[in-house]
Design a protein around this ligand. Structure first.
Ligand code: R5P
Length: 320
């Protein structure tokens, strides 16, 4: 753990080789060239073999926060976006109840859960300046107390290409969430299904390059085939370069469309293999237009400004 706190002055500088791509002889995806046929084929349904990139549409938020803004009616708001996504990230409940079984999109299935936005805090009473006060337990994140939320037979029945598991490095339940990851990797690898480790953030889990380097690398070392994390304004190329498997970025809270597109473009330029975005698409004023703009940036080589122009043109022509 000391590594995250040291400065360059403390010891030898790290070397991330950010300009040297990691080789993957015979396959298009970083770190995946030695997998078996089935796993490679499932990854090829998520990541486009022509450019090695993906636009995953994330709408699994309900697994811990219920009817998230924009997801009150998935049939109304998400189904029209699905044709523009490479992969749908969802819960099994929404997949069975709303998504047509005729879809040909790759499925990223939420495979951890068990907590909610109103999970009780662990608190104790103390005093500040002689007055009674309540304190949160340091490092305690109520949401981090997850378990695995489906078994491998269910993942096969639902034809999942990848299972998504939340990992809470630095939280009170770090060990449990890493066990969830390794249990799912053990189960999924028997059937050639991929596992995506999803980096959680919270009070004890800062959104810094140091934190994301640590968290994404730990997940890859423990067997995650794909890792999801947030973009950082600085040093993001070091996050991608020291993670030996593909990284996709989450979008996070809703941003102005141009800013969200700039984040996508920056992440791709700095080694991300795609995006796994939710709110910045389905909470946009024109989600279908935004979805196509993100596609243009990730797969079409558009700059953020060109993507934004595409968004505005589509919106002006009546695309919602
Ligand atoms: C969060 O835990 C969910 O798994 C979402 O899939 C993830 O946060 C990505 O969605 P957004 O782009 O809205 O952050």
């Amino acid at each position: 753990m000391a590594d995250i706190q040291t400065s360059a002055a403390d010891k030898k500088e790290k070397e991330f080789f950010t300009h040297v791509p990691q080789e993957a002889p015979g396959f298009f995806l970083k770190g995946c060239h030695q997998y078996d046929w089935g796993l490679k084929n499932r990854l090829s349904r998520i990541f486009n073999p022509n450019d090695g990139r993906t636009v995953m549409l994330a709408f699994d938020h309900g697994y811990f926060q219920g009817p998230t803004t924009g997801l009150e009616r998935v049939d109304q708001t998400i189904l029209p976006l699905a044709p523009y996504a490479d992969c749908l990230m969802l819960t099994r409940g929404i997949q069975r109840s709303v998504i047509p079984a005729s879809t040909t999109k790759a499925i990223a299935l939420r495979a951890s859960g068990g907590t909610s936005m109103i999970s009780p805090m662990e608190e104790w009473e103390g005093e500040i300046d002689g007055k009674k006060a309540k304190f949160g337990r340091p490092g305690f994140e109520p949401l981090s107390n997850e378990s695995t939320a489906l078994n491998i037979e269910e993942a096969i029945r639902l034809n999942a290409s990848v299972l998504a598991v939340q990992v809470f490095i630095g939280s009170a339940y770090e060990r449990q969430s890493l066990k969830n990851l390794t249990d799912l990797v053990d189960a999924a690898s028997r059937y050639g299904i991929a596992v995506m480790g999803v980096t959680a953030v919270g009070r004890a889990m800062a959104r810094t390059p140091q934190y994301f380097r640590l968290a994404t690398r730990i997940m890859a070392e423990l067997g995650a085939n794909v890792v999801k994390c947030y973009y950082t304004d600085t040093e993001f190329d070091t996050v991608t370069s020291c993670c030996p498997v593909p990284i996709v970025i989450a979008g996070g809270k809703k941003l102005p469309e141009l800013d969200a597109l700039q984040m996508c473009a920056n992440a791709i330029a700095q080694g991300a293999s795609g995006v796994d975005m939710g709110r910045n698409i389905f909470q946009s004023d024109a989600p279908i237009a935004m979805m196509q703009a993100v596609q243009g940036v990730v797969h079409g080589g558009l700059t953020a400004e060109q993507g934004f122009a595409k968004y505005n043109d589509l919106k002006a022509s009546g695309v919602k």
